[in-house]
Design a protein around this ligand. Structure first.
Ligand SMILES: Cc1ncc(COP(=O)(O)O)c(C=O)c1O
Length: 320
């Protein structure tokens, strides 16, 4: 059958810069959680070890596939405490926290046979060869959804494409109105993203991801992170090794100041809670509980420069 020629004429559509995606050869899916589902389906694991300290949406695929899970702990370096034997068909899921745990990812790849790396917070860290790794794009770029999956397995699921135009409003409202005006839509669109079936990445997200200058985004993140670390490193309770860090998601500042988050938000520095569900999963005496309450993830992304970092440093210091 002859393929129809594309439509010619009509109105002019939104123009997006043309270029290349950062991981063009990886499997392209609609969400990070569904990338995990993809892996679980093709690898047929029967038990998942999950850190207490992670996002609850990762439970969606486990529930959907009725795969049991057990929580494990992390230490003060955010490294996993593996004081258990992994069963033959079990897999360990580790999060490359804030994009600063590449060393641990390498170490685990040498010691753990069945391993999945969650690089949702570490977009710029390429996978370790042979280690199943997934990425979520919306934590780093202005896209409604999108995920990449790296696996050496040749098994492929047959999927239809997602459509993300109906989850897009917060991204354009923030430009024409303000980020605050778009926030309600952001929350609404987050809910719509929940329990979505596994699909291929939408054409819209792919087109946006093809027009990004990844080199710039990565180097801006590095410069901002280093700037914050130079000033706030001495008061940060979280030990940070700068060497393996490349394009981190945020600067994770941990200070023993219970009201700091509220005060920063009051001063229009929006710092999220990673993750509210951890307060339910982990008992009050666990490090994960403390971390969730005291972590201030300071933004370092491509929207900001040295002046913004200095403003955050000054504001944080005023809270001490
Ligand atoms: C650490 C982590 N992993 C995975 C995900 C899931 O990514 P997605 O929203 O693309 O499903 C999230 C958040 O949503 C996350 O915070």
């Amino acid at each position: 059958m002859r393929k129809e020629h594309k439509t010619i004429g009509g109105y002019i559509e939104l123009q997006l810069p043309e270029g290349q995606e950062h991981y063009p050869s990886f499997i392209k899916l609609n969400t990070g959680r569904n990338a995990l589902e993809y892996l679980l389906r093709i690898k047929k694991y029967t038990l998942v070890y999950l850190p207490y300290f992670t996002c609850e949406v990762l439970l969606e695929p486990l529930r959907r596939l009725s795969i049991p899970y057990r929580f494990y702990r992390i230490d003060r370096h955010l490294d996993p405490v593996i004081d258990f034997e992994l069963e033959e068909n079990a897999v360990l899921l580790y999060t490359n926290y804030f994009g600063i745990k590449q060393d641990t990812v390498h170490e685990l790849s040498r010691t753990v046979k069945n391993l999945i790396i969650d690089n949702a917070q570490a977009f710029f860290h390429p996978p370790v060869t042979g280690v199943d790794t997934f990425y979520s794009c919306r934590k780093f770029f202005g896209v409604p959804d999108g995920a990449y999956l790296y696996t050496e397995s040749n098994t492929r699921l047959s999927l239809e494409s997602d459509i993300s135009v109906y989850r897009f409003s917060h991204l354009i409202k923030s430009i024409d109105l303000s980020i605050e005006t778009g926030y309600h839509d952001y929350l609404k669109n987050n809910i719509i993203l929940g329990n979505n079936p596994i699909k291929k990445m939408s054409v819209l997200s792919q087109r946006i991801l093809s027009g990004i200058n990844y080199e710039d985004c990565c180097s801006i993140r590095n410069a901002n992170f280093q700037h914050l670390h130079q000033a706030l490193g001495p008061i940060n309770q979280l030990p940070i090794n700068l060497v393996p860090i490349d394009g981190p998601m945020v600067y994770p500042l941990v200070i023993d100041q219970s009201d700091a988050r509220k005060e920063l938000i009051a001063k229009k520095i929006f710092v999220a809670t990673y993750w509210p569900n951890v307060l339910e999963w982990a008992s009050g005496d666990l490090f994960e509980h403390y971390l969730t309450r005291h972590l201030l993830p300071l933004p370092v992304d491509h929207r900001y420069g040295t002046r913004d970092m200095d403003h955050m440093i000054k504001t944080v210091r005023s809270l001490l």
